[in-house]
Write a protein that binds this ligand. Structure first.
Ligand SMILES: [Mn+2]
Length: 277
């Protein structure tokens, strides 16, 4: 099965310079042989080779439910290194390959318009349009402002869990890429600044950070659904401790939803492959 996923990854890569995947009829500018139509909403997803399936399922969960055109762009560290946009050495506290590269989102969007970054360990259960409807141009970024101290000392496949203020805020961020303050996030800053500076958004004042309801970054194992309260129903589950694609987390909360999505993705993928043959 993994080979099929890789096949699609390769195919996407060769067709588009930025390896973009769009849904619906609207094509992205990079993939459309030169002429441009309405710009889709850009979503950068953190990519880690150890979690390829998580990325595929996350991407599928977004595009399947989206009523607006979206462009999904994986943030692949090796590609960024080749392009000279990423050169920092990997630190011991980095649990994924996109720990720091995520902050290149405004740069990769040419400091123009709004774009989203999200970890690959998310499962979307709602239309992304509902999220973009919350966008307010007065903010430089918007995110779920968790008040959170994890109990675990390790995460995923044994990587060390660290505790710091604004923990998990950077895992899903709407970036106002054209906001002057976000010019700070140039490749030089992203490659040299500390984890604290970047993950705690220290290039911004508190009032420049907009708030999004927690259900858009619903932390598995931490946030709770309150019975008969629809405002607590997750719109995006974040398997922050590790998701069902890891053996140790195959029975975690909301695992069934992830398996359903994976099956749906596999079926869709097979249909596409059959069509191609
Ligand atoms: Mn995560």
């Amino acid at each position: 099965m993994i080979e099929i996923f890789n096949f699609f990854l390769q195919r996407d890569r060769s067709e588009c310079t930025t390896m973009t995947i769009t849904n619906g009829d609207v094509k992205s500018e990079t993939c459309n042989n030169g002429f441009s139509v309405k710009k889709p909403f850009r979503i950068f997803v953190g990519y880690d080779p150890r979690e390829d399936l998580a990325y595929q399922v996350c991407r599928h969960s977004i595009t399947k439910r989206s009523s607006i055109p979206v462009e999904i762009i994986p943030i692949v560290q090796s590609d960024l290194r080749k392009k000279g946009l990423y050169w920092r050495e990997r630190g011991q506290l980095e649990s994924t390959e996109f720990s720091f590269s995520r902050f290149l989102t405004p740069h990769l969007s040419d400091y123009d318009g709004w774009a989203m970054f999200v970890d690959c360990d998310f499962l979307y259960l709602a239309d992304i349009k509902q999220l973009t409807d919350l966008i307010d141009d007065k903010y430089a970024i918007m995110c779920v402002q968790h008040d959170y101290a994890p109990k675990e000392t390790t995460k995923m496949d044994g990587a060390v869990q660290t505790v710091y203020p604004r923990k998990n805020w950077s895992s899903m961020v709407l970036y106002n890429c054209g906001h002057p303050k976000n010019k700070t996030l140039n490749p030089e800053t992203v490659n040299t600044q500390t984890g604290a500076f970047l993950h705690r958004f220290q290039w911004l004042e508190d009032e420049e950070i907009g708030s999004i309801p927690f259900v858009w970054n619903f932390l598995e194992g931490h946030n709770r659904v309150v019975e008969k309260d629809p405002t607590t129903q997750p719109k995006a589950v974040h398997y922050t401790r590790g998701g069902p694609w890891f053996d140790a987390w195959k029975d975690c909360e909301f695992a069934d939803l992830w398996y359903n999505e994976m099956e749906d993705y596999s079926k869709e993928n097979k249909k596409e492959a059959d069509k191609a043959n």
